[in-house]
Each structure stands twice: as structure tokens, then as C-alpha cells.
Design a protein around this ligand. Structure first.
Ligand SMILES: [Zn+2]
Length: 425
């Protein structure tokens, strides 16, 4: 890890979603922790002043981006089979592909590609779905550990409404999950297990009840999907008739998590006020997946409303309903889709600004990992050093415009250095 000072054009969010811009400034890293940002070298506390100074000159330096929801096994079919809505898309594309991970040789090939590509992306932390397969999920965790990123990875539970090739008995799912949890113990520094019921339609009441009890007993976290698509929501109501809604169907078993051990729910496109209140009360993180929601015609989540209401929101690629591993692309899609929400659905809900979207991509999702996603004193030091010199203009462009431009032209940006908790990867 080490101690060092990075010099360059530093940009980061704070809790009120303001974009802080420090030109030609210094950010200090001490043993994986940021010690703050300083405009003048002499303002750096004397204890840090003799740290190695790494001058990144004209580069942009930002906190690493946090992908709160990504399906590693689906990376192999990113960018195609996008002409269906959620339930058909799952049956026709996702399930046949995920079934392949019973073959460990296939998993080895596919997860090597995923781990390589996410390592080289803008993402420094991720919360990842595997498949139902214990061994393939452990293999994925080994690869994520080796990548240097910090991640949560889940073995998926699927006990009903699933094809035979991808279906577990309740007993089988419980014992595989127990074995998987046991095998993760003491094996990783940067990779944590997370309970992962695919979604309510795939998990019997008894399975959810066991997961809820296990969550509490072991203090684990949960990831799943919530209120993504109208047909899915109706189906959940039929499957759990006693619930007051989709969110409540999770909450019956404590699966929306708690403030100490929060859960992540992807999408929440159709979460009404009662469901949003529940998410807020439980401290649940909404994983906003704008590209996925567009590709599967799911809809547009009212993200700026959620932020205003004080709900935890992070950003996500949702590979492979999202086609791109680039979190920068998701920033711009979040802004663009919020503009359509404002234009077509509710003109009282103002669109996300660039600062809002940058916040959810960094600090908003980073909070799931603790003090992550900012350069303020005490935050874990995750950083990207970006070279945008390939984008040519006649005039000099301000730093704040350069970072916005970098998001919209992300393919022209080179990541020259990447740090996760102080470690160069
Ligand atoms: Zn998903």
C-alpha cells in the first residue's frame, strides 16, 4: 500500500453532492486511507510532507467508481439479445448461459475475461452476482481477489420457476450455500460473500425464510432485484399474496437489510412511496441501472426523487442487461434517462445534474463499503488517474468541463493509474 501524495486535477463529491474541484492540487494517501486534499503543498500536515510525491501533471484524479450491481456470468453475452423484456430475456438468454457455469472449465475461461476487463475498467469496487454453482462462484471470487478490486460476490439461490438446468431443491440450495459460505471463510482479504436470492419469483417462501435467518445469524449482506418490470411485479403479488407489495415481500423475511448490514436492491423502477419509505427505513441501497432499464424496456427509476427523500442510491452496469462494463457510460445514461423522466413522466422531478450522477457513481454506492467514494480525510483511498489528452480542442477547457466531457466521451479516456484502498492495481 504505502504512503504517497498524488498531484493533479482532483475532483470528488461530498455528502451534499457538491462536486469539489481542486486544480493542480495534492491528495495524500497514508496506508490506504485518504488524508485529504490540499491546494498548496505547504498546507499538507508536516507528518505527510515527506511521502513520495507522484506528479500526474495535467491528469484528472477522481475516486474510483462503484458498480453496485453486475452479473459476472452474463458478461459473455453483453451487447446482444436485447429485443425482449425482462421475463422472456431471462428465460431465453440468461438462464441458458448461466447453466454453462456447472462446467468449471467454461467458468474459468469466462470469469478470466470478466475479471480482466473489470480490472481495467473505471470500476474499483463491485457487488457481483455469480450463478447457483458453488465451485464456479468460488472461482469467480478467487479471480476478483487477484484483480485487486474490492468486491462482494454472491452464489445465487434459485429454487422455483427456473429451468431444470438451473434449478435447486430448497434443501440442495441451503446446503450448497452453507458449504460456499464455509469455503469463503479466511480465504480472501478483498472479497466478501453476499447472500443472493435471484429475485422473489425464483425463491420459495421457505428459501427466503432461511436466507433471512442466515442474514441475521451471520450478519451478512443481501443483494437482489426489486420492482424492475410490471409483469414481474404482478407475478410477485401472486406468489406472495400476503405481502403489501414487492418490497414488503422481501421485508417479511428481513431481506431489505438493516442500517448496520444493508441490502442492495437493483432497479426499483416502480417503487411507490410506501416501498420507498420502506427502503429508507431499512437503509437499503438502490442500485440504479439506467442502461439495463432502457434495454429491457423496464422504465425509468425516479432517482432524483429518491435522493431527495434520503434513500441510499448507487449506480450499476447490470451486465448483461446493461451492455457495457463502463461505469462512466452509466453516469451519462443516468442523466439522460432522468431527463426523459422529467419530460414524459413527472415534470416535478427535476433531472439529475452531472454532479448528482457523479455522486451516485462514487460516494453514493461507495457508502455500501463504508467510508468509500471520496477523498475527504478518513476515506479509503480508491482513485483513478485519467488522461483525456486524446480529446482535442482549440481552447483550454476547465477541469470541471473536462470531467463531464470524460464521462460523455469515455472511450477516448485512458486510465493511467488505478488505486484500490491505496494499492496500485
Ligand atoms: Zn440484475
Amino acid at each position: 500500500m504505502g504512503n504517497f501524495i498524488l498531484k493533479g486535477n482532483i475532483i470528488f463529491s461530498d455528502a451534499d453532492r457538491t462536486l469539489n474541484v481542486y486544480e493542480n492540487s495534492y491528495v495524500v494517501c497514508e496506508n490506504g486511507i485518504s488524508r485529504g486534499v490540499f491546494r498548496i503543498f505547504d498546507d499538507i500536515p508536516s507528518t505527510y510532507r515527506d511521502f513520495e510525491l507522484i506528479d500526474k501533471k495535467e491528469s484528472l484524479i477522481i475516486p474510483g467508481l462503484v458498480d453496485l450491481h453486475v452479473h459476472a456470468p452474463q458478461y459473455s453475452f453483453r451487447g446482444f439479445n436485447m429485443d425482449e423484456e425482462l421475463l422472456d430475456w431471462l428465460n431465453n438468454n440468461t438462464f441458458p448461459e448461466e447453466a454453462k457455469y456447472s462446467n468449471i472449465e467454461y467458468a474459468e475461461k469466462a470469469y478470466s475475461i470478466f475479471a480482466d476487463d473489470i480490472k481495467n475498467s473505471f470500476t474499483t469496487r463491485a457487488v457481483i452476482f455469480g450463478t447457483i454453482h458453488k465451485d464456479a462462484t468460488l472461482l469467480l471470487m478467487d479471480k476478483m481477489e487477484k484483480s485487486g478490486l474490492i468486491s462482494y460476490v454472491g452464489k445465487v439461490n434459485m429454487t422455483r420457476n427456473s429451468p431444470d438446468c438451473l434449478s435447486e431443491s430448497i434443501k440442495g440450495s441451503i446446503s450448497a450455500t452453507e458449504e460456499w459460505l464455509k469455503e469463503t471463510e479466511g480465504r480472501f482479504d478483498r472479497t466478501m460473500p453476499i447472500l443472493t436470492p435471484r429475485f422473489i419469483p425464483s425463491c420459495d417462501d421457505e428459501m427466503m425464510e432461511w436466507l433471512g435467518q442466515t442474514r441475521k445469524r451471520l450478519g451478512l449482506r443481501v443483494q437482489s432485484h426489486l420492482s424492475e418490470n410490471p409483469s414481474e411485479i404482478q407475478w410477485v403479488q401472486e406468489l406472495v399474496p400476503a405481502s403489501k407489495g414487492y418490497g414488503d415481500a422481501y421485508n417479511i423475511n428481513g431481506m431489505l437489510g438493516s442500517k448496520e448490514n444493508p441490502a442492495i436492491m437493483a432497479h426499483c423502477v416502480y417503487s411507490d412511496k410506501a416501498e420507498r419509505d420502506l427502503l429508507k427505513k431499512c437503509g437499503t441501497f438502490v442500485a440504479h441501472s439506467p442502461e439495463s432499464n432502457l434495454n429491457l424496456s423496464s422504465g425509468i427509476a425516479p432517482i432524483s426523487l429518491m435522493l431527495k427523500e434520503g434513500i441510499n442510491v448507487g449506480l450499476a452496469t447490470d451486465i448483461a442487461a446493461g451492455s457495457s462494463i463502463s461505469m462512466m457510460k452509466q453516469i451519462t445514461l443516468a442523466i439522460q434517462s432522468s431527463k426523459m423522466y422529467w419530460r414524459y413522466i413527472d415534470n416535478n422531478v427535476k433531472p439529475l445534474s452531472f454532479a448528482d450522477a457523479f455522486y451516485i457513481a462514487t460516494l453514493g454506492g461507495g457508502k455500501f463499503f463504508g467510508k468509500v467514494g471520496s477523498f475527504e480525510d478518513g476515506y479509503e483511498f480508491d482513485a483513478l488517474v485519467l488522461d483525456d489528452s486524446a480529446i482535442r480542442t482549440a481552447d483550454k477547457v476547465s477541469v470541471v468541463s473536462r470531467i463531464e466531457r470524460a464521462a460523455y466521451n469515455e472511450r477516448e479516456i485512458k486510465i493511467t493509474d488505478k488505486y484500490v484502498k491505496g494499492m496500485a492495481i
